[in-house]
Design a protein around this ligand. Structure first.
Ligand code: NAD
Length: 170
């Protein structure tokens, strides 16, 4: 029996990349997966799209596009899922942030992306507090195991999956 047997998952951005891989892993572990993607050509709180550039030349439209497609999407997907999680007596929210939330990138300007992902990380901390009375855990980034019952004591975590880059940065 899989680690996520009998569970139901909603994953955004399942058409490509990490979302697609996560959906396949969740399904292989026994979860009934509901996915969505805006890209109709794709094969199948992960989905995101961004516009970065040098800080001085980033337009208001680029900022708004990135906040909408990286932070708003995580917020509203989680909010839409909330009544269903409460009705089921609890559950797990897993939002995908980035190392860009905690570190600047001198050679790759990404102020809008860093701000949006910083918002995702902070949001998860508050979701952790808001979800506690309803037995809803909230974590940022990670893998399928964070949604299984084996991770029942993992709550409010922001796990950097970056090959140790954050830990070793000077
Ligand atoms: N790939 C990396 O190196 C990396 C590093 C840090 C964080 N992340 C984060 O991981 C997540 C997934 O990244 P990825 O590299 O797999 O991205 P990707 O671009 O390969 O896939 C994202 C998918 O989301 C879909 N999508 C975008 N906006 C959507 C919307 N509004 N509604 C529904 N679907 C939408 C896209 O069509 C695409 O299929 C993102 O949140 C990203 O910021 C990725």
């Amino acid at each position: 029996m899989g680690r996520l047997a009998g569970k139901i998952a909603f994953i955004s951005g399942t058409g490509a990349g990490i979302g697609r891989a996560a959906a396949l892993i969740f399904a292989a572990e026994g979860t009934e997966v509901f996915g969505c993607d805006i890209d109709e050509d794709s094969a199948a709180g992960n989905a995101s799209a961004l516009r970065n550039g040098p800080f001085g030349t980033t337009h208001a439209e680029d900022w708004c596009f990135t906040i909408k497609n990286e932070l708003d999407i995580a917020y509203f997907c989680t909010q839409a899922a909330s009544p269903h999680l409460i009705a089921r007596g609890g559950g797990a929210v897993l939002n995908v942030a980035s190392v860009a939330a905690v570190r600047g990138a001198p050679f790759m300007p990404m102020v809008p992306h860093g701000a949006a992902k910083g918002g995702v990380s902070a949001m998860s901390l508050h979701l952790c507090a808001a979800g506690a009375p309803h037995h809803i855990r909230a974590n940022t980034i990670g893998a399928a195991f964070l949604c299984s019952d084996e991770a029942a004591f993992v709550n409010g975590a922001d796990l950097m999956v970056d090959g140790g880059d954050s830990a070793m940065a000077g």
